[in-house]
Design a protein around this ligand. Structure first.
Ligand code: PLP
Length: 287
């Protein structure tokens, strides 16, 4: 079965789905995106994704291509046409097409594309083994709160991590603090048992999974401290883990080759994974 994409008003097989050669997303990475998880046919935390999409577009002065309600209809249609019940939706909005020039003028006609694909939730083996991360200098721009399609620094760091046999790279800012992973949010459980993640600022993307998990953890009576932490603190942590729409909650068992805790996924991480899975499957009435 050929996959079907939504492209600027039409549902087309991928082989025929295309955008204009002078789309500003293609020429300048002048656009933003979202990845929404789908479980049992349900879009997970879509209000949080819509909010973030509107924030990213607002920061770039690109209008929403359509209302939230219309966007939800398009997303559901793409899911249906591709027979996806468990997987992800990829949604991208660019400023649209114009003769190539850094400056733009006049009202933008944003171009929306939506695709979907089947994807299993993170593998049980990976979740129970945990993964390795390396640390690298954060070489991205200074507005990582915008979910821009310009991911060059992210993909280069991810490439380096994978080449070194690690799952992810944690990025370090000029003050030696961890910002986040290349496509995931960074968390630790400190040596005194505090659950810690960096506060929202322009250095990181406000993860939807991060927001959901903070809510879930607090509802379960756990304290979450939103404060920056350093590589040194991470290496001394009891536990470390990462979160994202596709990875859920994934234990980190080594950083730069040094074991975290006893080198196996810790109880806090596994507890949060369990609670997050229940949230995704719709069986968590607190989150
Ligand atoms: N940080 C970065 C840089 C990301 O690209 C992503 C996801 O793509 C995340 C964090 C996690 O965000 P979310 O939980 O919304 O998937």
């Amino acid at each position: 079965m050929s996959r079907i994409a939504y492209v600027a008003g039409q549902y087309l097989p991928h082989s025929q789905a295309s955008v204009h050669i002078e789309d500003r997303g293609y020429q300048f990475a002048d656009g933003v995106y979202e990845v929404v998880a789908v479980s049992g046919g349900r879009r997970i935390d879509d209000d949080l994704h819509f909010e973030r999409l509107e924030r990213s577009l607002g920061a770039l002065d690109i209008p929403m291509p359509m209302s939230r309600r219309a966007l939800a209809v398009v997303m559901d249609q793409v899911l249906r046409l591709n027979r996806v019940r468990d997987g992800i939706i990829y949604l991208q909005v660019t400023r649209g097409q114009a003769p190539r020039d850094h400056a733009w003028s006049g009202p933008s006609s944003p171009v929306l594309t939506v695709t979907a694909r089947r994807q299993s939730p993170p593998d049980e083996a990976l979740a129970s083994q945990g993964v390795a991360v390396i640390t690298l200098k954060d070489q991205r721009w200074k507005r990582n709160d915008i979910k821009s399609v310009n991911l060059l620094a992210n993909i280069m760091a991810k490439y380096k991590a994978r080449a070194e046999g690690a799952y992810e790279a944690w990025l370090i800012d000029d003050d030696d603090l961890i910002t986040e992973g290349t496509s995931t949010t960074a968390w630790i459980v400190s040596s005194d048992g505090q659950l810690i993640t960096r506060p929202l600022d322009e250095a990181i993307l406000g993860g939807v999974t991060r927001a959901a998990l903070i809510h879930i953890a607090r509802a379960a009576g756990m304290e979450v401290e939103e404060r920056p932490f350093s590589r040194t603190e991470a290496l001394a942590a009891r536990e470390a883990f990462l979160t994202s729409t596709s990875a859920y909650v994934l234990a980190i068992v080594s950083i730069d080759g040094q074991k975290i805790g006893d080198g196996t996924p810790g109880p806090v991480t596994l507890n949060l994974l369990d609670r997050y899975r229940r949230h995704v499957s719709g069986n968590d009435f607190s989150g």
